[in-house]
Design a protein around this ligand. Structure first.
Ligand SMILES: [Ca+2]
Length: 226
């Protein structure tokens, strides 16, 4: 009985050890635990992604529009200052010299551009064209042109004076010496502007920019008299 009991005990221990080894081996070959639904990170549906993309696009468009509006206003303010300086410069020239700074024989009271080589611009900048500015007095001092800001373009002796949209400023000068010039707004294509425009403007000159649309006599023109 003692030998039988020892044998049974020995077999039991051996079987237990074998089962434990088997279990330990199986731990390495069991397949990985499949993630359950509750442990998975939440995803996004196509509709949610499209909504987010749409909102971002809308915000980008609104921001771009606001930037463009601010840019136009900033440029318009700079243009208004340039036009005022031109009119004041011509007034100063006329008071000092009892004539307007146009070449002899110039009689037009239509707007003309201050493109490169403009003699009127050269005289205002201090050049003695046609003997009009023997003292070489400087009546306007615009900055050299830069991309998107306008200013003086060209070389010494053949400058042009451009607005921020790359078009030359325009001038109307009192060539008839009656201290008024025809109102260019009468030609404006915008009814609300042309219909209420006076026939004439008082003063020795008027100056204008064709504005962002680069076309003269349209609603977005920037002028020295409005
Ligand atoms: Ca225009």
């Amino acid at each position: 009985m003692g030998e039988v009991g020892g044998l049974v005990f020995g077999l039991t221990v051996t079987l237990n050890i074998g089962q434990n080894r088997k279990c330990g081996k199986n731990r390495h070959i069991l397949p990985m635990k499949t993630p359950t639904h509750s442990s998975r990170r939440p995803g996004y549906t196509l509709i949610e992604i499209l909504v987010v993309v749409s909102i971002i696009s809308l915000l980008a468009a609104m921001t771009n529009s606001a930037i463009q509006t601010v840019l136009i206003r900033t440029r318009a303010a700079k243009v208004a200052t340039d036009l005022k300086d031109l009119v004041v410069g011509i007034s100063m020239f006329t008071m000092e010299r009892s004539r307007v700074p146009v070449p002899p024989g110039f009689q037009s009271e239509e707007p003309f551009p201050l493109h490169e080589g403009s003699p009127v611009l050269a005289v205002l900048l201090g050049e003695n064209r046609y003997g009009l500015n023997a003292s070489e007095t400087v009546y306007i001092s615009p900055k050299p042109g830069s991309n998107g800001a306008g200013g003086l373009v060209g070389n010494t002796g053949s400058y042009g004076y451009m607005d921020p949209w790359g078009q030359p400023y325009y001038l109307v000068v009192d060539a008839s010496y009656n201290e008024r010039v025809p109102n260019p707004d009468k030609k404006n294509s915008h009814e609300a502007i042309s219909s209420r425009a006076a026939d004439e403007l008082f003063g020795r000159s008027a100056a204008m920019s064709s504005g962002p649309d680069k076309r003269l006599f349209t609603k977005d023109d920037i002028v020295s008299w409005r």
